[in-house]
Design a protein around this ligand. Structure first.
Ligand code: COA
Length: 432
């Protein structure tokens, strides 16, 4: 780019000037997860009374989510692409909305039903060629920047520079320089249940496999049991600190990957400074848009792809509810089905749903005869492959409904097995 320095300098503004570009009725897409431009979101909130009916589109919101508060109901309406702790109440009470979508299809929505007025993202300072990196979040941020009428960027020199798709400075309407530590995700606490689940999942993973790891205690627990494996690879929606430990131990080296050999591939990253330092200017890490990384056909180009995700409930047919407890939407589909299908199409692939056998302090079984009324089926019984609890492994794909039910009851918590067996006998008209 010829005079990128001039363009950059001429587009530098204060945060107040930048958020004045947001107009009532606009749709504002906020940068995802730990890529949230918190300084800009705070500035927008400081001007809340200047707006009416601004639609906030966000996915995993790791920041304060103040736009979800009842006192801002006239100013902002949240349209969640994934519901989290900060947005559950707003969505449940009707002040906000949830839009179901496979993660890999979200960038496409910006061309169809969700055209973007304003994209607010975090970027690194430009490199010597005038390109900025989206750092820890390329996922939908890339397409939001490419399609938005107005792009407001927080330029954060603490954002790690990652390779993948870079943003030329002339794509950005205004730059707000503000240095701040990134939002961090603390490593989850791992107890005996998570350890047992981790051990069971690890028994399904072979040397040379490529892994997709979901977020939370379960995937991290799985990593703890992979220390004796060799030549593992990463092609994942996201990854966290656990991968860094295995990379440093030489267990993950991506050498056997059939797509992007030698590279860690993800569409976003969530962790602590240890992770952010690992990925900064690391030529072996590619952070790429979600419509590429999560596309089942792309993911499947990795032979021996193993996906590991979690859920809320499994019924005896193997229908997986991962995003709602009855009518209450508590999260979203995210990349779960993208990768379950990617693993299904992958030569040698396996898809694991791993979960504790009980919830709510052991008072309810997560393996149930029927999903709760109102629960959304996230992964269909046709897509499901392995279900894992602390009590073992149930392989469902290719098995009859009767065999599936038996296999699931075997890995249910012992306190709930008698009730499940009674349901089995009623449903299948035979003794357990
Ligand atoms: N009945 C009642 N409550 C249940 C329940 C059930 N069957 N299953 C979970 N819950 C409750 C938990 O007790 C917990 O309540 P709390 O917040 O009051 O403690 C809450 O629901 C969240 O469950 P938890 O098991 O702690 O969640 P998690 O952080 O391990 O995440 C999912 C589990 C299923 C929500 C998460 O994996 C998810 O969103 N999956 C779908 C998206 C996905 O797989 N994306 C791909 C990878 S990023």
């Amino acid at each position: 780019m010829a005079d990128w320095k001039e363009i950059y300098e001429s587009r530098k503004v204060s945060a107040d000037e930048a958020v004045a570009r947001i107009k009532s009725g606009n749709r504002v897409v906020i940068g995802h997860a730990c890529g949230e431009p918190s300084f800009l979101v705070d500035a927008m909130m400081a001007h809340a009374q200047d707006y009416r009916d601004v639609e906030i589109v966000h996915m995993v919101a790791m920041g304060k989510c103040e736009y979800c508060k009842p006192e801002y109901a006239a100013n902002f309406r949240h349209n969640a692409l994934f519901v989290g702790g900060g947005s559950r109440e707003a969505v449940f009470s009707g002040r906000g909305d949830y839009t179901p979508s496979f993660f890999f299809e979200i960038p496409q929505l910006f061309h169809t039903t969700l055209p973007v007025d304003v994209a607010m993202v975090s970027l690194t300072p430009p490199d010597e060629e005038g390109n900025c990196s989206l750092g820890v979040s390329a996922d939908y941020d890339y397409e939001a920047v490419m399609t938005a009428k107005t792009v407001i960027a927080q330029v954060n020199d603490q954002m790690p520079f990652t390779y993948g798709k870079l943003i030329p400075v002339d794509k950005v309407t205004c730059f707000v320089e503000h240095s701040a530590p990134l939002i961090e995700l603390a490593p989850p606490k791992i107890g005996p249940v998570e350890e047992a689940i981790g051990r069971n999942c690890a028994s399904l993973i072979n040397d040379g496999d490529t892994l997709q790891l979901g977020i939370g205690a379960i995937p991290d627990a799985v990593l703890l049991f992979l220390k004796d494996k060799k030549d593992l690879g990463i092609h994942s929606e996201m990854f966290s600190d656990g991968v860094v430990a295995l990379a440093e131990a030489g267990v993950i080296n991506n050498s056997k990957k059939t797509l992007h050999p030698g590279k860690y591939v993800a569409n976003f990253l969530m962790g602590t400074k240890r992770l952010y330092d690992f990925v900064d200017h690391n030529p072996d890490v590619l952070v790429l848009p979600v419509d590429y990384v999560n596309h089942p056909v792309v993911a499947a180009k990795n032979d021996n792809l193993v996906s590991i995700n979690s859920c809320v409930q499994v019924d005896l047919m193997g229908q997986i509810a991962s995003e709602s407890i009855g009518f209450k939407q508590i999260s979203g589909v995210g990349g779960q089905v993208d990768f379950i299908r990617g693993a299904a199409f992958s030569k040698g692939g396996r898809a694991i749903i791993a979960m504790p056998s009980t919830a709510a302090k052991g008072t309810v079984s997560k393996i149930v005869p029927l999903l709760d009324e109102g629960a959304a089926v996230t992964t269909s019984r046709n897509d499901v492959d392995y279900v894992v609890t602390e009590y073992g492994i149930a392989h469902l794909k290719g098995h009859t409904l009767r065999d599936r039910a038996r296999a699931l009851i075997e890995i249910a918590h012992p306190d709930f097995q008698d009730g499940l067996k009674e349901e089995f006998e009623k449903r299948f008209h035979c003794a357990y």
